[in-house]
Design a protein around this ligand. Sequence first.
Ligand code: PAN
Ligand code: ZN
Length: 176
Amino acid sequence: MKPFVVSFKGREIDFKGRRIVRRYRDIMGIFQAVDPTLESENPVVYEVFEAPIPEAEGELMFLVTILYPGDVKGEYFMTKGHYHVVEGTAEVYLGLQGKGLILCQTKEGDFEAVEMTPSSVVYIPPYWAHRTVNVSDEPLVFFAVYPAHAGHDYETIEREGFKKRVFKTETGYVLR
Ligand code: PAN
Ligand code: ZN
């Protein structure tokens, strides 16, 4: 592979790699309630634009996620969330637009939630599962980079969930 550069502006992102689109019906099981209107409209909840990097040790994968604003009966739109399969791998998120909350937890039961706004850099250490929640009313856009061989374990989170969920209130968000 040779050095390369990609750039993007707003939502016109072409990182030349995979584009992953998650619609409501693909991920509705992660939310506490079911919303029949969303079920019939089936909107895009988030999309991921990856760079064409091989999933090999030594490589760094990078991507941009756009998580749209919205909620399911008060529970904010969020990503599925995962542990890395190679658990000793960290990740860095850089906020570009909107306001997010990154829920992090370990298999030992530790839990942390950190806010991400434009220009803030979030460090997710090895062994911490992570899920992103859009707590704003605009698209949450962020850049991520992690060891390309890390892999994604979604099953553990599907089975066990995160310790807390994030709901909309009149004054902001609340964790329950
Ligand atoms: C992120 C996430 C991305 C989508 O790039 O993969 O935001 O979230 P889910 O993978 O949980 O659906 C990341 O943490 N990659 O390792
Ligand atoms: Zn990750």
